[in-house]
Ligand binder design. Structure first.
Ligand SMILES: [Mn+2]
Length: 303
């Protein structure tokens, strides 16, 4: 591992896996005496402070760039887009990774990027401290919906068991990330449930998160993580779709399915992701987008 002066990038609207992967890798590389900095965009909800409070910023001119949990350079936040062509190594678990980096470590079978990071740190001789383990656990547990989603593998459970043995306070992290909710989050759930619509005899469910709802409740982008799993949780729903209004007026669309190929559905709209959880972004009238989405999903249902 000859790299030094490393900048670690991750995707826009970072989730637990993005933050956990970036901080775990940064800390692991620092153990090896490397100069490393992680970047992420936007304000994070308060549960992340258990990870970010211990992070110390370092200022330097980066010579090498690593991306984590990043499927394509179009997903980089505006302030790191300029590095898109210069990424030396991509560590990722998205099967749709576009191969933008000079070298790629993509393990599509891995439920989270954080699990790959755990292996990488151990391979280069780093120690999984309780702090690094906490970062990994946050990535692993959030990307698997606390081990409920069907991307969860036996290895996910085995790694979590090892993290517990290494001193990670798993029950505290579960409490922070899966039990406790910001007041604003509960308020927006109330509004989002009110937006719920069903079509195709209840097989397709839509929810909508508007800027107005965000403003009214004071939710941060990171407060609404996981809302996209609500529509699929309804009995009988085969495709749960979440429309989220971006500040620029575009619609960020999350598709969650039980057996349909969500990545394929999203590919018709220029997006991608995992088999049962994928996303895309559309501009234009929301009603028209819904009609187009229903059309594609029906085609997949009959395929
Ligand atoms: Mn991930």
């Amino acid at each position: 591992m000859e790299m030094d002066r490393i900048l670690i990038l991750t995707h826009n609207l970072p989730d637990g896996d993005a933050i956990g992967s970036a901080l775990a890798l940064t800390t692991g590389l620092r153990q090896k005496g490397k100069t490393v900095r992680a970047t992420w965009s936007g304000e994070l909800s308060s549960c992340y402070s258990i990870l970010t409070d211990a992070y110390e910023e370092e200022d330097f001119e980066p010579e090498h760039i690593i991306s984590v949990d990043l499927a394509g350079v179009h997903l980089l936040p505006a302030d790191t887009k300029k590095y898109g062509e210069m990424i030396d190594l991509a560590i990722d678990h998205h099967g749709t990774n576009t191969g933008f980096a000079k070298e790629s470590l993509v393990v599509a079978r891995s439920a989270s990027c954080a699990e790959i990071i755990m292996d990488v740190i151990e391979e280069f001789g780093g120690t999984i401290t309780p702090y690094i383990g906490s970062c990994i656990y946050v990535g692993l547990s959030t990307d698997t919906g606390c081990f409920r989603f069907n991307n969860t593998t036996p290895e996910s459970h085995m790694r979590a068991a090892r993290l517990a043995m290494l001193g990670v306070d798993i029950s505290n992290l579960n409490q922070l990330f899966f039990e406790q909710k910001a007041r604003a989050r509960i308020e927006i759930e109330r509004l989002v449930l009110d937006s719920m619509e069903f079509t195709e005899e209840g097989k397709i469910c839509f929810i909508t998160i508007t800027r107005e709802m965000m403003d009214k409740t004071g939710c941060l982008e990171s407060d609404i993580e996981g809302l996209a799993s609500i529509p699929r949780s309804v009995e009988g729903v085969e495709a749960g779709i979440t429309f989220r209004e971006r500040p620029n007026g575009n619609w960020k669309i999350s598709v969650r399915t039980k057996y349909l190929n969500a990545a394929k559905i999203c590919s018709y709209f220029g997006g991608g992701g995992h088999t049962f959880a994928a996303g895309c972004e559309c501009s234009g009238d929301l009603f028209d987008i819904k009609v187009a989405m229903i059309d594609i999903i029906k085609r997949e249902m009959n395929a």
